[in-house]
Design a binder for this molecule. Sequence first.
Ligand code: GLC
Length: 754
Amino acid sequence: MAVDLENLVSQMTLSEKAALCTGASRWTTTPLQHLGIPELLCADGPHGLRRLPDINAVGSASLPATAFPTASCLASSWDVELVDQVAQALAEECIAQHVDMLLGPGVNMKRSPLGGRNFEYFSEDPFLSGEMAVHYINSLQARGIGTSLKHFAANNQEYQRFNISAEIDERTLREIYLPAFERAVKEAQPWSVMCSYNKVNGLLASQHGYLLNDILKQEWGFEGLVVSDWGAVRERVAALRGGLDWEMPGPMPRRVNALVAAVRSGELDEALLNESVRRILRIVFKAHETPKGGDFDVEAHHRLAQKAASEGMVLLKNNGILPLKTPQHIAVIGRAAEQAHFQGRGSSFINPTRVAVPFNELQARAGAAELTYAEGYPTDNSFNQELIDQAVAQAKTADVAILYIALPGFKESEGYDRQDLDLTAQQVALIQAVSQVQPNSVVVLNNGAPVLMGAWLDGVAAVLEAYMMGQAGGAAVADILFGRANPSGKLAETFPLKLEDVPAQGNWPGNLGAVHYGERLYIGYRYYDLKHMPVLFPFGYGLSYTTFAYSSARASASIFKDVDGLTVSVDVTNTGALAGKEIVQVYVHDLAASLDRPYKELKGFAKLELQPGETKTVSIRLNFRAFAFYNPRYRQWITENGQFDILIGASSADIRQTLSVTLQSSVELPCILDRESSLVEWLEDPRGRQVLGGLYDEIEVGLGKYYGGGRIGNYMEMIKNNPLYTVLIRAEKFLSKNADELLAEFLEQVHKLP
Ligand code: GLC
């Protein structure tokens, strides 16, 4: 039903409009019955519904809902169709529980594996994160349930998250920290975007006009509403002026009054308030179109959660012990075998409909095998040798030992970052001791982000990264261990060899109110490529129970125009004895650019299932942005003529096929030469070269005499990067005019050229 928003706004009093821009409760908008404006109810996300029975209660248990794998696990599936299915299930649960908008997905970059909230985020790579977000949002919203893309922007750590300033240069912001948001807004139009708590370059995200108005709403065309993170607003009027439409949580009468007073005093243009009201009304009525109630298929969603976990888990090491043959005695070790560790702490904490207990799931698949259990490690960070001794005693006589190792909640959570990448000392000692007596030791990890393994990896037979695997993860682990499922996940983040190798180290977590993103574009694999640094497990890595070969890579053209894009294809063959799924990754390498660029960047991927011996062709489209980089001087994404390599790989460190192509750029760049432009910038700009004309040669000859006698090695090399003005000053003695006259002439001429 079309709603005449303008008419509605015109009927609303100033107080009603201000009230609409402030939460009526912790989770709802302000309804206005006399105008037929309903309330909208939102709830967390992102990997399960956290709907409180009493929307004003804080801390009470939420209604039972399916706990799906968290984002770091889901992203490791690289399966966008799976994300569609999970999002559909989330929508069904929202409808059943009368929730209009789910607060997710979180798409912040994993700048450091120490980030306490990394379990809630997809990746260190903006392309993979963007793909996941687009599918999550489109699938949820296709069923009439809204989403809230979060946290905009640069929530990459928990330390001082309420006010630390993320100091990020424009190019890094555009190429690394915004693209996942940009893709999601442009290709999925989330009903809302949630601002982050932190500052970006000194300004609170909740009142960041450049981010919220200029980029999000104007440049990207965002049509929904901007909601604050809970408690993120400091100054309501500044926030509304900066593009923050809906402050949460409510109720906050004094904030309503502040808006009213600001309009009445003329401090705030009522037109801005009306724009926020329109944005909120549009979403409230959109939400209202979706009938709510009924129930959802608990079992079907549990099975989907299991499938998602199975697809997202990553087999990191396997000496052949997996899949388990028919062990007669299995030593099951670790608390996480009995107390499934399947989600993270904080606002995303779900009350699961049921939990698959890993031990029981193993027992159900182990046939006649005898299973023993040893707790292995305590719930706290204490050291208990007796628990280790018990585990060793059982492992010694078993055929295989399976260690369920969960990174404890006191190590990683929303609200605080990790201080190290270690498991607990007890867990390390446990794995070492067990693997010393039992060569067939398999480690199953439940963690939200990378952990170090150097102290024990060589001694174990296999490692399965199960991440925060969701409520059904225990069954998925058992299926993989017994070969009922062939692992197909690949890492969406790098596992470093040691904390010192992490690019953000040295700029983490910041101090004096700021954290400087000194590594710039070089986070994750971009950094390790730059440094040619070895890692424990690379981005895009994951083992299968079968093997795959790549062949016959080809491109739709060897020379192409940027706006036409390119399609690259490759044949993939299952060369093993088991059916399996492979994730093909396509990276782009720019051989020469006017600015520094990461060696390669992920710009496409596909996941495909292959039967033994089967071959399929994968084709991936690369568009303009696959080749472009952001130039802050031109304030736009640009391409440059030249050669690119298309790297097709099974991981970022396992490139199987390479294609060389040549791009023809269609980008018309404005002339930005100014008084400070260097000699080489004048020469690289065709218009600048035209205006300088033969003067360059005069300068070279003239200065050659001046610097003659070998006193300067290569004087043109010395001066070419200096401002043209300073070169003219030195050359004045043999030029007809002085530097000021010449430069003024050149600038006037060059800006007149087309
Ligand atoms: C939290 C989180 C945000 C969540 C919101 C509501 O502080 O930062 O992700 O959606 O508050 O619980």
